[in-house]
Design a protein around this ligand. Structure first.
Ligand code: GLU
Length: 478
């Protein structure tokens, strides 16, 4: 049975790259009726951010990803936490020490700093020089027993060799062991480093496929050596390509949003974000872009994940979100909009009018959050035009002629509806000799106050005679 894990560090939020890793694992697991496991990699006590675990689990849930296994399954989900497994790592390190694959290192931070500095000035790559590797074993044991501060390092074999990884995405990747150093596996605070904990946990949790970002690729020799020292078979590996900014630099918070919750708060639908993120580095066999979760589960394969970086194209995400919003059923859309409407001054407004407004706006919304500024048109007595294109068009002489004639025509009518708007505008055209865009745009801008407003005849119908007259008169005064 396939067993995959998502193993984030608790850094405060779920990064979109993390969501992609979780999705690819989850697609694969669901495709193969396997198990999906969440493991919190919280061994770096300096980088812990409170509340991270909860946030990570909630964001996965929001994206539609469910988890199968944790120590406390049933009731509230409790993930595996490395900080609660220290005894397990300790006993495994004991074995490495006993079998001479690891050694205690007493070098002070000061000595290590000086060493690095020295190596740098000589133009060498900074690395540990093996000073404690050859200490007398009995002496080391005594120093540890006396409570002297130390770390534990794993031994890289003395005779250099080439280690080969068969990556599911990159094929065969080789690295010389000489490029790596005697890695710290237990820190002076007694916590394991990532390298030890990840290998021990992946083995004990019977993980079949390790899926992670390509920034971990250079670490595989250390991991393969640890598997060898413990006498375990390594799992399969898949290293995912980087996610890039449009300028091809690594996606970073400085250039925009990277936290999944930011996208949620801006009104992206989970199904749109999931669809978009799934296409970052993976391409389906079929030439189309919109995929539901169940289609993604069916279509996904590691063979179709690219080696090269994937650009995070916000315009494409916006397009996708708009498609998904358009396809929602009206009640569903309204429900999803309610939390956003609650943040506007229009939360307590007439529910029937709200519903009509939402129906009219559905085809234009790019994000749910946009509803805030779009609703002003429906609920403000005197909405204000701010768009410079709208203002400049409405100030043109021909626009004023159209609107003046529109007002005259509407005044002769008892009501203004979707049905009689066409013939009325025909009359305006005949009277002013203005047609096409020059005829319709002034009216659209006067009534909706936006260049990209919703469909005019629906708005006119909803607003009716009085409000349309008022808006047209106001536009004449601009
Ligand atoms: N804790 C690591 C991270 O957050 C996990 C890497 C892995 O999946 O092995 O990047």
């Amino acid at each position: 049975m396939v067993r995959l894990r998502f193993a984030p560090s608790p850094t405060g939020y779920l990064h979109v790259g993390g969501l992609r890793t979780a999705l690819f694992c989850w697609f694969y697991v669901r495709q193969h009726a396997g198990k999906f496991i969440f493991r919190l990699e919280d061994t770096d006590q300096k980088r812990l951010v409170k509340g991270s675990e909860n946030d990570l689990v909630r964001m996965l849930e929001w994206a539609g990803i469910d988890l199968d296994e944790g120590p406390g399954i049933g009731g509230d989900y409790v993930p595996y936490r490395q900080s609660e497994r220290l005894g397990i790592y300790k006993s495994h390190v004991r074995k490495l020490l006993d079998e001479d694959h690891a050694y205690p290192c007493f070098c002070s931070p000061q000595r290590l700093d000086n060493l690095r500095e020295e190596q740098r000035t000589k133009g060498e790559i900074p690395r540990y020089d093996g000073y404690c590797r050859n200490l007398n074993k009995e002496e080391s044991v005594l120093r540890v027993a006396s409570g002297e501060a130390h770390v534990v390092r794993m031994k890289i074999p003395e005779i250099p060799e080439t280690l080969v990884l068969n990556d599911l995405i990159r094929g065969s990747v080789s690295i010389e062991t000489s490029q790596t150093e005697d890695q710290v596996i237990i820190k002076s605070d007694g916590f394991p480093t990532y390298h030890l904990a990840v290998v021990v946990d992946d083995h004990l949790m019977q993980i079949t496929h390790v899926v992670r970002g390509e920034e971990w690729l250079p670490s595989f020799p250390k991991h393969l050596l640890l598997y060898r020292y413990f006498g375990w078979d390594p799992p399969e590996f898949a290293h995912l390509p980087l996610i890039l900014n449009p300028d091809r630099s690594k996606l970073s918070k400085r250039q925009g949003d990277v936290a999944v919750e930011d996208f949620r708060d801006q009104g992206y639908l989970p199904e749109a974000l999931v669809n978009f993120i799934s296409l970052l580095g993976w391409s389906p066999a079929e030439d189309r872009e919109l995929f539901s979760l169940s289609e993604l589960i069916k279509e996904f394969s590691f063979e179709r994940v690219n080696k090269s970086g994937a650009v995070f194209d916000r315009d494409k995400l916006n397009w996708m979100n708009q498609q998904y919003i358009q396809d929602l059923d009206q009640e569903d859309l309204l429900q999803r909009l309610l939390p956003f409407i609650a943040q506007t001054p229009y939360a307590e407004q007439d529910a029937a009018l709200l519903k009509k407004a939402v129906n009219i706006l559905q085809s234009r919304l790019v994000t749910l959050k946009e509803i805030g500024k779009r609703l002003a048109l429906f609920f403000e007595e005197n909405p204000v035009a701010t768009d410079p294109d709208v203002l400049s068009l409405l100030r043109q002489e021909t626009s004023k002629q159209v609107l003046a004639e529109f007002i005259r025509q509407v005044e002769t009518l008892e009501s203004l509806t979707e049905e009689n708007l066409g013939s009325l505008m025909k009359n305006v055209q005949n009277a002013t000799n203005i047609k096409g865009k020059n005829l319709w745009l002034p009216l659209r801008y006067a009534i909706t106050l936006e260049v990209q407003g919703p469909e005019l005849k629906l708005i006119v119908d909803l607003f009716g005679r009085e409000k349309c007259l008022r808006l047209a008169r106001r536009a004449l005064e601009l």
